[in-house]
Design a protein around this ligand. Structure first.
Ligand SMILES: *[C@@H]1O[C@H](CO)[C@@H](O)[C@H](O)[C@H]1NC(C)=O
Length: 302
């Protein structure tokens, strides 16, 4: 487990977004964080539009991504700019973050602030684990969580059984049933929660590394309310094998997912860029990152 000792500083320093929206962390003590909200969309730097108090800020609509019907009128460069800007800075702070599992692709960041404290019998779902159980094992060992790990491509895990680590060689999707393509059963999040008796239970953490299926799974899960009682949602949006392809359709489906997650209350607290997904954008004429690891906290629990 890697403790982000300087998580607060990290947050303050992560505000590298220029000319768009900046959250300034003015104080980091107490539960209600006094934040200065500076909205500088389409205006010169220093052009302060509104300043609101902390409590207001956390509830404020920071989603910034217009509706689907507006997005379809955007040009490709405008979509690309919006997408990369949105993912260039985190939306809310977590005072204490830790990384469990591998430092790189197998691991995930988790917030362990008071509201998100992980304690027995915490419940974790991890989708698309591949053969890397480093995160799942550490979640079980460190916090005593029940970890439900899934991957449709892994038939035999070849690892020692842990009592609270339940592996299912199936996948999450926007339907429940057999998938000929994946040659295994697929289930919706609702069906998985029902199967494990978690319909009315809070799920502490969900991690998802299933590119490109996240773009079908998340809209479906949101539509059916299956993510509302999830405290932390960690998403790999794209991966090195599924780097963003620069089409209008792709940008819009990723932006739709980010906006809809924001609308139900998910705010990013840490965004890791995977340099393996760096590519030269023909749309923006510069190098950009084509996949991100985004960790969200659900405002409902703050
Ligand atoms: C599931 O996702 C696929 C791919 O995006 C889509 O074509 C299909 O209509 C979706 N099905 C449901 C039930 O949402």
């Amino acid at each position: 487990m890697v403790v982000h000792k300087n998580a607060q500083e990290r947050f303050a320093m992560a505000k590298r977004c220029s000319g768009c929206v900046t959250l300034w962390l003015t104080s980091i003590t107490g539960l209600s964080l006094p934040l200065l909200w500076m909205d500088m969309v389409n205006r010169g730097p220093g052009n302060l539009i509104k300043t609101v108090s902390a409590t207001q800020t956390s509830r404020l609509d920071t989603c910034m991504i217009p509706s689907h019907s507006a997005l379809v009128t955007y040009t490709l460069p405008r979509l690309a700019t919006l997408y990369h800007t949105y993912l260039s800075s985190e939306q809310i702070p977590c005072k204490q973050g830790v990384r469990l599992g591998r430092t790189r692709s197998g691991g995930w960041d988790v917030c362990i602030d008071e509201e998100f404290r992980l304690a027995d019998p915490c419940v974790v779902y991890s989708f698309g684990v591949g053969k890397d159980f480093s995160f799942s094992e550490e979640m079980t060992r460190t916090f005593g969580c029940f970890v439900y790990a899934f991957d449709p491509g892994v038939k035999r895990t070849g690892r020692r059984q842990l009592q609270r680590l339940i592996f299912t060689p199936e996948g999450i999707n926007n339907f429940t049933g057999y998938s000929r393509q994946r040659r295994t059963r697929m289930s919706t999040l609702k069906e998985i929660r029902r199967h494990f008796g978690h319909c009315d239970k809070t799920v502490d953490v969900i991690t998802m590394d299933i590119a490109p299926t996240e773009l079908a799974v998340i809209p479906h899960a949101l539509q059916h309310g299956d993510l509302h009682s999830v405290k932390q949602f960690n998403l790999r949006l794209g991966n090195p094998a599924h780097v963003l392809k620069e089409t209008t359709e792709n940008y819009i489906s990723r932006l739709n997912v980010l906006r809809d997650l924001c609308f139900v209350g998910f705010r990013s607290w840490i965004i890791n860029e995977n340099n393996k997904c760096l590519f030269h954008s023909d749309v923006l004429h510069k190098h950009v990152i084509g996949c991100h690891e985004v960790s969200f906290l659900n405002l409902r629990y703050i």
